[in-house]
Design a protein around this ligand. Structure first.
Ligand SMILES: [Zn+2]
Length: 237
């Protein structure tokens, strides 16, 4: 299936994050405002977690919650993979080098900006907009969902990485605004949707600009709350 997607689409970009293997907790005493991430209670605990993690390398498997298709593309197709320690992307096809070149340590969603420049499209296969990473770019540009997270960088070395996206479980609230510009077919039991990255960015930007809390929930225990507070801080409230 991964080969069929690549054959049909030309250049394909998938998220290839490695949080499960490379991520570590925040170090003790380091709790940034509106970051929704608890630090380790002791240095012993932190050092143990750093010891268990592995540094990013291009051959690591992709986190399971990023979907079976991403990992299938990694395993079955020649590709280029960005070197972000937590939130990498990989790409295959004629424009893969140009897209992955936009990865920066301080701006992991650079490849989505490259896709928008190239007028690329988001393909949702059996998933909803909760899996649509382009929405995160719109909210980050408006100062929301910019979290600091921590990763093992090398043996005995860890680092803090900014602008890691947060919660997406309410992103399907964007569907009505995107319906007119979405092409949709059903393949067996799979609902397949195609929508331009530019349309996603335009609609998500308009929604967040109108209401700092849109596409977020009100659960105090959810990262959504911190994301909304970040946006309100940007607005000076
Ligand atoms: Zn939430």
């Amino acid at each position: 299936m991964a080969r069929a997607i690549v054959a049909a689409c030309g250049t394909v970009v998938v998220p290839s994050g490695t949080w499960e293997l490379t991520g570590v907790p925040a170090p003790p005493g380091r709790e940034r405002p509106n970051n929704a991430y608890r630090p380790s209670s002791t240095w012993d605990e932190f050092d143990r977690r750093v010891g268990q993690a592995v540094p990013f390398s291009a051959g690591l498997p992709i986190d399971r919650d990023l979907g079976a298709i991403s990992e299938a593309v990694r395993r079955s197709v020649d590709h280029v993979r960005g070197h972000h320690p937590l939130f990498s992307f990989l790409a295959t096809g004629p424009l893969s080098e140009a897209v992955i070149a936009e990865v920066r340590l301080d701006w992991p969603l650079g490849p989505i900006e490259a896709l928008a420049e190239l007028d690329g499209e988001v393909l949702l296969l059996g998933v909803g907009h909760a899996a649509n990473t382009a929405v995160h770019l719109a909210e980050q540009r408006l100062g929301r969902s910019r979290f600091y997270r921590y990763a093992k960088l090398a043996p005995g070395v860890w680092g803090e990485l900014p602008n890691i996206p947060g919660e997406s479980h309410r992103f399907d609230d964007l569907e009505p605004a995107l319906r007119a510009s979405t092409r949709e077919v059903t393949i067996g039991t799979c609902r397949a949707r195609l929508v331009r990255v530019r349309d996603v960015l335009q609609q998500a930007t308009a929604a967040v600009a109108r209401d700092a809390g849109v596409l977020l929930c009100d659960d105090d225990k959810c990262r959504c709350v911190a994301a909304r507070r970040q946006r309100e801080a940007v607005l000076g409230r």
